[in-house]
Ligand binder design. Structure first.
Ligand SMILES: [Zn+2]
Length: 202
């Protein structure tokens, strides 16, 4: 199954799988059915059956690759000082995907593991300092690899086990919710990048 924890972010911090939607403000919530939903980007986890959820995660690398090609000369340009560039969002999604691959692996191979609460916002901010200096082909290749690793890990664990979970601080996350959040994070930020490129070019 998933072999190694991600190289970034989690160093010395236990397992910092990011709690659902820390960076989406108030737009994301959990539905009565236990699925992640987002008013900002329209994500609804309930529309993905188990097969579609894993397939959609598998496809994230290709979606990011295409969008970064489209970004072209605007790849490293922030639409405004407080909005990340296309490359910064891609690098962030790579790290979030890697963290969730690690979390899903832990939940599927250990008996309800528990980790201390984390400061997700500070962690994301610290790791983002050098995103815009990274090489974009490498970022996309890493994102693609982590997304496929996450999907493969989930499949090999078997959807019947996606109700297994892990607890961070006081919050328990099932494998299914971790998968939904990983997919949502990328979809949400693909949308951010598309809108950012539109505003740069208008
Ligand atoms: Zn969203």
């Amino acid at each position: 199954m998933c072999p190694v924890p991600p190289r970034r972010i989690h160093r010395g911090r236990g397992c910092p799988v990011v709690a659902p939607a820390p960076d989406f403000g108030q737009s994301a919530h959990v539905s009565d059915g236990g699925h992640e939903c987002c008013e900002a980007c329209g994500f609804d986890g309930s529309v993905y059956d188990d097969v579609a959820l894993a397939q959609s995660i598998d496809a994230l690398g290709e979606r990011w690759r295409a969008l970064l090609v489209e970004a072209a000369a605007e790849l490293r340009v922030r639409p405004s000082p407080d909005i990340w560039s296309a490359l910064e969002y891609a690098a962030h999604s790579r790290d979030i995907t890697a963290l969730h691959a690690f979390g899903v692996e832990q939940a599927l191979t250990q008996d309800e593991p528990r980790y201390p609460a984390i400061e997700a916002d500070a962690m994301i901010e610290a790791s983002a300092m050098t995103y815009n200096e990274e090489e974009h082909d490498a970022v996309v290749a890493q994102l693609d690899r982590e997304a496929r690793r996450l999907a493969a890990c989930a499949r090999s664990g078997g959807a019947a086990n996606w109700s297994r979970g892990m607890t961070i601080g006081e919050q328990r996350h099932t494998v299914r919710r971790l998968l939904e959040h990983a997919l949502h994070d990328s979809i949400h930020h693909l949308d951010d990048v598309e809108r950012g490129l539109q505003s740069l070019r208008s």
